[in-house]
Design a protein around this ligand. Structure first.
Ligand SMILES: O=c1[nH]c(=O)c2[nH]c(=O)[nH]c2[nH]1
Length: 306
């Protein structure tokens, strides 16, 4: 092995406050509204003095980033993840001199109004067991050169169909034991993220529309594999919204194995399953437009694997 003798330098870096749990209540009328989110900020720029010599003069503390997240929930409002994320990202880049890039990652936890004697309550909710809505906003550069990317999405959208799914005709080798099937349960806990080509979006309406298009395609396609279903779901979204450039999806195949009741002389006609939680097939795909504008920093996260 050859020893490496090159100079040691600072590589890519960013810093911020992760996972601020911000709950914003709108209480201007007796019927309150709630937005319950998790927001992480990360600032980018030349922060080498802080890393190399401990000079903090360009470092806006992560504590200040946290205070900004809370303050902006009041002063700018927190009605949509995306607009709030844009407010924060633009502030850090436009108003904090050493910052030339900001990434804001957000999740929202949905609450359902409590219904008491058939009437929706004004200020009591129960947490919805629904998917978690997500967004990632990146702003880079100052002034006219500024570029902005918005990704929206969800995670943990659990969806299941009890028929309309097949898997057969697959490649077999000496270790293949899987039986082909023309009728099986298909279930997944879907993560999806889609990239907008504009910030002029009705965030909530498009979110609902994307989700509806994906669910419709999952339900109505006679599936030959989860891969085919994922592609079709992505295609449905791009067909519906010309201002979405690409959608990337990750789908654990939540296997439902027909339970062997024959041992007890009991017939099981695809009625009783063992829902196994692991291992799971993990099917991942991006559906994109050939003419999609460059993704730039839209997907740039700072990931520490572990
Ligand atoms: O939809 C599926 N895709 C696969 O690639 C696969 N592999 C497997 O064992 N079951 C399934 N199901």
């Amino acid at each position: 092995m050859t020893d490496l003798t090159g100079k040691i330098v600072l590589g890519s870096n960013q810093y911020g406050k992760a996972e601020n749990r911000v709950v914003r209540i709108y209480r201007d009328s007796p019927r309150h509204e709630i937005h319950d989110i998790n927001v992480s900020s990360a600032l980018r720029g030349d922060f080498s003095p802080a890393h190399l010599v401990g000079d903090q003069s360009n470092v806006l503390p992560t504590d200040t980033q946290k205070q900004t997240a809370y303050a902006y929930a009041k002063t700018k409002g927190l009605l949509h993840l995306e607009s709030y994320g844009l407010d924060l990202a633009r502030h850090f880049v436009d108003d904090v001199e050493p910052v030339d890039g900001a990434r804001i990652e957000l999740e929202e936890y949905a609450w359902a109004r409590a219904v008491i004697d058939g009437v929706e309550h004004d200020h009591t909710w129960t947490r919805k067991g629904e998917e978690i809505r997500t967004s990632a906003v990146t702003v880079e550069g100052k002034g006219d050169a500024q570029q902005t990317w918005v990704i929206s999405g969800f995670k943990e959208m659990v969806i299941l169909k009890s028929t309309g799914s097949e898997f057969h005709g697959f490649l077999e080798d000496d270790l293949t034991v899987l039986e082909p099937t023309t009728d099986r349960v298909m279930a997944t806990s879907l993560t999806a993220q889609w990239r907008y080509t504009t910030t002029d979006v009705e965030w909530d309406a498009v979110y609902a529309g994307v989700k509806a298009a994906m669910i419709e395609r999952f339900a109505n396609l006679q599936s030959l594999a989860l891969q085919q279903t994922l592609y079709a779901m992505g295609e449905a979204v791009l067909e519906k919204y010309p201002f979405i450039a690409e959608i990337t999806m990750s789908a654990p195949n939540k296997h439902h194995f027909v339970y062997d009741l024959g041992r007890f002389g009991i017939e099981n006609n695809l009625e009783v399953f063992n829902a196994d939680d692991r291992p799971y097939g993990l099917i991942q795909a991006t559906v994109e437009r050939e003419d999609a504008p460059d993704a730039g920093s839209a997907w740039r996260t700072y990931s520490v694997v572990g």
